[in-house]
Design a protein around this ligand. Structure first.
Ligand code: F6R
Length: 240
């Protein structure tokens, strides 16, 4: 795990966009793993800017998002598909983008299909991750064991509370999601994890310096051969 600390959140976004740029220059038909949430928004804005300036071409790339809420239709502004369209897809020339379908009739089959789609695409080259306050990656919540396959997961009270800011009330936050599993994430050839702000400082310390435990799902990334962690000063403030 290589950890870089930047003074400003804007520099994290620029550095993350530089990693995407290097990836796409090296392999224009890359498979990109994407995330939602507050953390990647500035990175996506930077990718859009680079695309508009003719630096980045997504036309041969494919993307797979980490997760999607169960039961929110794509027309709902807080569905992850709507988030991705608003913050990235509508403004770049990516032609193939996939998210798990949280409205599927058979959610377990949907998880299997999603895994198969990723495999058929050749696996993820570069996976972007945020980290939850409780150490989750994707929606792989803390628990007794790591869940390796793409799965239907129940959001923990802390995640429901954290995501309440996107909805009118906590009751409206979906209780379930489909998420790439830890094993699926670990199969990515390069993992790029971003964390911003003081609120993430404790969990970042747990991920980087604590024990590898399913209680802090992101800690398992330390076993992956190529993980780049980009932090602002506040998120890095508890690292020794
Ligand atoms: C989003 C995702 C989550 C977020 C995490 C951090 O697709 O998979 O793991 O990355 O909850 O969210 P923010 O960035 O809003 O703090």
């Amino acid at each position: 795990m290589v950890v870089h600390v930047f003074d400003q959140a804007s520099q994290v976004a620029e550095a993350a966009a530089a990693v995407f740029t290097a990836q796409l220059l090296e392999k224009p038909d890359s498979v990109l793993g994407l995330a939602t949430g507050s953390t990647p928004v500035d990175t996506y804005a930077e990718l859009i800017r680079l695309h508009e300036h003719g630096v980045l071409d997504f036309s041969r790339a494919t993307s797979f998002n980490l997760d999607e809420y169960v039961g929110l239709p794509p027309s709902h502004p807080e569905s992850y598909i709507a988030f991705m369209k608003r913050n990235l897809f509508d403004r770049i020339n990516l032609k193939r983008s996939y998210l798990p379908n949280g409205m599927a009739g058979d959610l377990e089959r949907e998880c299997l299909n999603y895994e198969a789609l990723i495999r058929e695409a050749g696996g993820v080259d570069l996976q972007l991750l945020g980290i939850g306050n409780n150490g989750h990656i994707g929606f792989n919540e803390p628990g007794e064991s790591f869940v390796f396959d793409t799965n239907l997961t129940a959001l923990t009270p802390s995640t429901i509370h954290a995501n309440r800011r996107f909805f009118d009330s906590e009751e409206q936050v979906p209780r379930q999601a489909l998420s790439m599993g830890i094993g699926t994430i670990l199969q990515a050839r390069h993992i790029l994890l971003l964390a911003l702000g003081q609120g993430k400082a404790e969990v970042v310390k747990g991920m980087v310096e604590g024990s590898i435990t399913p209680q802090v799902p992101a800690s398992i990334l330390r076993g992956h051969p190529r993980v780049t962690v980009l932090l602002d000063r506040a998120a890095a403030s508890l690292l020794s």
